[in-house]
Structure formats: C-alpha cells, structure tokens
Design a protein around this ligand. Structure first.
Ligand code: C2E
Ligand code: MG
Ligand code: MG
Ligand code: MG
Length: 299
C-alpha cells in the first residue's frame, strides 16, 4: 500500500513527492514503533484482562463475563483497546495478543470454577486475522484442553466485518468451532455489513446488540425499532440475544419488556480486573440470596 501511495505522490511531482514520502515515512515509523512496543508489552506482561459480567435478568444471575484487554503501560497508564487493537491488527501482533487473551481467559475461568463458581461462561473477542489463521480451530481446542475447560463454557465473539472478510472461509471455521462445542456470538450486531441471507448460514448461538442502538433506546424511536427488530429476529431464528452498553434502569426495563433477558453494561458493573470480579460475583450471590431479582448497579 505504501508503494502505491509513493507512486501517486511521484505523479504529483516536486514538493508533493517530498511531502508525501516524509509523512509516510513518519507514519511507517510510528507503526514499527508501536509494533515493537506491543511485542515488548507481551514479553513484559503489561497486558491484563478485565472482566465485565453478563446478567440474565430472568434469574438475576451473572451467567458469564466478557474478557476485555487493557494495556497497563509503565508511563501512559491504562490504555484502552481502541487505541492499540487497530495497530495490533495492522501489524499482525493481534495473533500473539489474541492467543494470549484466549489462554488467559480460559485459565481464569478454570480457576474460578475450581473455586466453586459454577455455571459461568467466558466471552472472548476474536479478530479477523485470528479467524484467518491456518489452524485457529486447532489452537482453540489446544487452549481448552490445556485449561481443562468444557468447550461450551467458551463463547467467541465475532464481528460481522470479520465474517464478511471471507464469508466462505468464516462459515467453514464457524462450523468447525461448533463441532468443537464452543459457542459463537455476533458482536456489535447491526453495525456491520452482513446480510440476512448470510446470517442464515452462520452457525452462531447469540446476537449481541451493539451499544450504539441501546444508548438512546428510550428516547429515539428509530433505535427502539431497530432493537425490537433484532430481538424478534433472534427469537425467530432461535438465537439468544444479549444487549451491550446497558447503563440505566429505563434501558433495562425496555429490553426486558421486549424480550431481551441477557444484558451487559455499566448498569451492572464496569469491566473490572479478575481479582475484583470475584467480589462482583459474591455480591450478585448475596443479592440473590436476599431475594433481589434485579441486581442493582455496582458501577
Ligand atoms: P466490544 O467487544 O463491543 O466490547 C464492549 C465495549 O463496551 C468495551 O469497551 C466495554 O468496556 C464497553 N462497555 C461495556 N458496558 C458499557 C456501557 O454500559 N456503556 C459504555 N459506554 N460502554 C460500555 P473496551 O473494553 O474499551 O473495548 C472496546 C473494543 O475493543 C471491544 O468492543 C472489542 O471490539 C475490542 N477488544 C477488547 N478486548 C479485545 C480482545 O481481547 N481482542 C480483540 N480482538 N478485541 C478486543
Ligand atoms: Mg465483544
Ligand atoms: Mg460488542
Ligand atoms: Mg461494541
């Protein structure tokens, strides 16, 4: 891609050429720098996983959690994934990073299970590059075996754009993952480019409603229409549905009234480190024991 840009810059001639090559060299330099910073971060164990509970509103119980990566940078402090995942994708570092995330999340869940915390599943985000890897399914199987985890405790979150990258390959991989026994979710559902015809062929278990639709759910009739349509679509296709980005009781009530019983969002808890997640689970148990059906926010 750099070559093409260089060629175009040359066509413009003169000062433009210098300007473009300089800007590009800088950009390239930044990317190389970021790549080596990410590589170092892996070696120095600067990445941590945060966990955010997924709640079943019917029972009031935390039924799982999504693992979300954070970069604990020695100078910059806690860096959100939005700032480094795109670079990790571009440079290919996402492969090592993704493998680390998958292994860590599975081991962590196994640890919680051994502490007697049952009936929990962990959701892990998967990038397009991982999906395209030669033996992605084999590596998932290895991680599960090494962690001693039941495949149905693992949910992989795929995005529509990931799947649309190479539909036929993605569908083949989804079939293999299903055969392995892991659960599959379409993340940020409704924001991508997949068609309903494709959705029919995806062997997914869960549609995850994007927070962009949930945000103004109670004030924007268009968002309300989109959300109720996704809930109905999931029901008609026999899929589970979960909403992300639930922040208020009004949003919760709307979703419940319209048949979405699984939710994730700041209303329940922000993503927290593994050490703090145990307390979130304990509090959920305590509230249920006290007879509370809807666990109130702890954010
Ligand atoms: P996502 O998978 O859609 O994750 C949900 C994001 O929404 C998370 O942001 C979460 O902290 C945030 N969130 C949760 N509840 C609420 C809420 O009530 N309100 C608002 N405003 N936000 C909420 P986060 O952790 O910054 O992650 C951003 C994105 O980065 C993720 O979006 C995912 O696409 C990507 N990501 C995170 N961890 C990983 C990873 O391990 N691997 C890969 N490939 N991508 C990851
Ligand atoms: Mg996700
Ligand atoms: Mg999402
Ligand atoms: Mg999202």
């Amino acid at each position: 891609r750099a070559d093409i840009a260089m060629f175009r810059a040359k066509e413009l001639g003169g000062d433009n050429y210098k300007f473009y090559t300089h800007a590009m060299r800088e950009q390239l330099g930044e990317r190389v720098q970021m790549e080596s910073a990410l590589r170092q971060a892996l070696e120095r164990r600067e990445f941590v996983l945060y966990y955010q509970p997924q709640v079943d509103i019917g029972s009031g119980r935390i039924v799982g959690m999504e693992a979300l990566i954070r970069w604990q940078h020695p100078e910059m402090g806690m860096v959100a994934p939005g700032r480094f995942i795109p670079v990790a994708e571009e440079t290919g570092m996402i492969l090592q990073m993704g493998a680390w995330v998958l292994r860590s999340a599975c081991q962590q869940l196994r640890t919680w299970q051994c502490e007697g915390r049952r009936n929990l599943r962990v959701a892990v985000n998967v990038s397009a590059r991982q999906m395209a890897e030669r033996d992605f399914v084999g590596s998932v199987a290895d991680v599960l075996r090494e962690a001693g985890l039941d495949p149905d405790c693992l949910e992989l979150e795929l995005t529509e754009s990931l799947v649309m990258n190479d539909v036929e390959h993605a569908i083949a991989v989804m079939h293999q993952l299903k055969k392995l026994g892991v659960k599959l979710a379409i993340d940020d559902f409704g924001t991508g480019y997949s068609s309903l015809a494709h959705l029919k062929r995806f062997t997914v278990d869960v549609l995850k409603i994007d927070q962009a639709f949930v945000r103004d759910l109670t004030v924007d009739p268009d968002d309300a229409a989109i959300v109720t349509t996704i809930i109905a679509l999931a029901a008609n296709l026999n899929l589970q549905v979960i909403s992300e980005g639930v922040e208020t009781l009004d949003q919760l009530s709307f979703l419940r009234e319209h048949g979405c019983y699984q939710m994730q969002g700041y209303y329940f808890s922000r993503p927290v480190p593994a050490t703090a997640f145990g307390a979130v689970l304990d509090e959920n148990e305590a509230r249920l024991a006290a007879g509370e059906r809807v666990p109130l926010g702890v954010a």
